[in-house]
Write a protein that binds this ligand. Structure first.
Ligand code: RNT
Ligand code: ZN
Length: 418
């Protein structure tokens, strides 16, 4: 059977259960997913020499890590060629690009320091998302930034946040697509604090000050990301789930951002999405793979990833959920890490789009739960691979694992020479 014949056969099978695979493919092509620049250099960035801090960590020392903006862009361009679908670029402020001999601190960064990234994005028709960087910097005082009791420290980081709002608006204007600007800090304590509310009140006020910077709400989408704990800050995190959710709920135009590595291990973000969609017009996600903890492994086409995609699709929320990948594995080829993660999330979305959601909902509403189980199990072995292949063909990328040959060759010719 040719690929075309296989797809036609699959299409018929899906049509019989009420799924239009052509429509699913067409829909997926229009959904932007943000690809994080930080997988390419183990979250190092270009604006400092110090270690990665803030309670996050990369492990592994696979050769070929990008060391300069040029290398990072070259690597990302390679990875982008191997992925189907619509991509957005996700940058951190620490990826500012300075001219030879130039340097400004994070409170003074300007749009011009990201002009090369804008050029990179525009050439590829990508929008840009942005993140102020509240880690890996010497102005973090006693592990705190926006929640610090030290006025000067707080002020510095507030100015950083404001600078990032201006840069986010510049990205949106340049690319014609809204910029999601995510606020995450690793602020917290290693051991039992005596005051849990004080840091949170200061954190709240600091974010409010950042958001007092004027911006167009259609262009910049500020978010607040929660977390349970980080390495070295195991006992207390200022930006907890309750804190960020309440902040977003009480500050118009501010979105809650859920990272699926940031909850207790038996909590699932797939169940939280439909809860938040009842209240928020828009929400944002960091899609990752936590292994026993917030380990940020490469995203795979696994059960919870599929479940997250299902909740977005079957609640008709593709236009309300901003999706970004967030993981960093330094132990494998980084271009492959980007590619596997992005393709896995694309598979999850396509698979959700190829689910007879209306039929299944109806079964639930009519309490035909036995039948629902039978259907849900049956769909698992439908010929999804043939639909995926057709989607990749239409997007002009290789469908099967042979894309890895391009990575292997690039590793030999470029990465191993670094
Ligand atoms: C850390 C958060 C945060 C970072 C990036 C680099 O636990 O998930 O989103 O991963 O900002
Ligand atoms: Zn995250």
């Amino acid at each position: 059977m040719t690929q075309k014949e296989r797809y036609e056969a699959a299409k018929e099978m899906y049509a019989a259960i009420g799924v239009d695979t052509d429509a699913a493919i067409a829909a997926l092509k229009e959904i932007p997913v943000s690809l994080h620049c930080w997988q390419g250099d183990d979250v190092t960035g270009f604006d400092h020499d110090g270690p990665l801090t803030g309670g996050i960590q990369t492990t592994g020392d696979y050769p070929g890590k990008a060391r300069t903006p040029e290398e990072l862009m070259q690597d990302m361009a390679k990875a982008l060629e191997l992925m189907p679908g619509k991509k957005k670029l996700n940058l951190h402020a620490s990826y500012a690009i300075f001219e030879e001999g130039e340097y400004v601190d994070r409170d003074k960064i300007e749009p011009k320091h990201f002009a090369k990234w804008v050029e990179f994005a525009k050439e590829r028709n990508m929008g840009i998302d942005f993140n102020p960087t509240f880690f890996s910097h010497d102005k973090i005082k006693d592990g705190l930034t926006l929640s610090s009791p030290d006025e000067e420290t707080r002020k510095f980081w507030i100015e950083h946040g404001k600078a990032c709002i201006r840069i986010s608006e510049y990205f949106a204007k340049e690319t014609g697509m809204p910029c999601v600007m995510n606020i995450w800090t690793g602020d917290g304590y290693k051991d039992i604090p005596a005051d849990r509310m004080g840091p949170r009140m200061r954190y709240k006020e600091s974010i409010e000050e950042i958001l007092s910077e004027p911006f167009d709400k259609n262009l910049v989408k500020p978010c607040v990301e929660s977390k349970v704990f980080g390495i070295g800050v195991e006992s207390y995190t200022a930006g907890s789930a309750e804190f960020t959710l309440s902040f977003a709920a009480t500050h118009e135009g501010c979105l809650p951002l859920m990272d699926n590595g940031h909850y207790h291990p038996t909590e699932v973000v797939s169940d939280k999405i439909p809860a938040l969609l009842c209240f928020f017009p828009e929400i944002a996600l960091h899609i990752t793979r936590p292994v026993r903890w917030d380990s940020d492994h490469v995203v795979l086409f696994d059960d919870e990833t599929k479940e997250i995609a299902k909740e977005i699709v079957r609640n008709d929320a593709l236009g309300r959920v901003y999706m970004a990948l967030d993981y960093f594995d330094a132990g494998i080829n980084r271009i492959s890490a980007w590619t596997v993660g992005f393709r896995s999330w694309q598979k999850a979305l396509l698979s959700a789009l190829c689910t007879p959601n209306q039929e299944l909902k109806k079964m639930q509403e009519e309490n035909r739960m036995t039948e629902l189980m039978v259907w849900q199990e049956d769909i698992k072995t439908y010929p999804f691979g043939d639909v995926w292949e057709e989607y990749c063909r239409q997007c002009g990328v290789i469908a099967d694992k042979s894309w890895f040959e391009a990575v292997r060759q690039y590793e030999e010719e470029v990465l191993l020479k670094r």
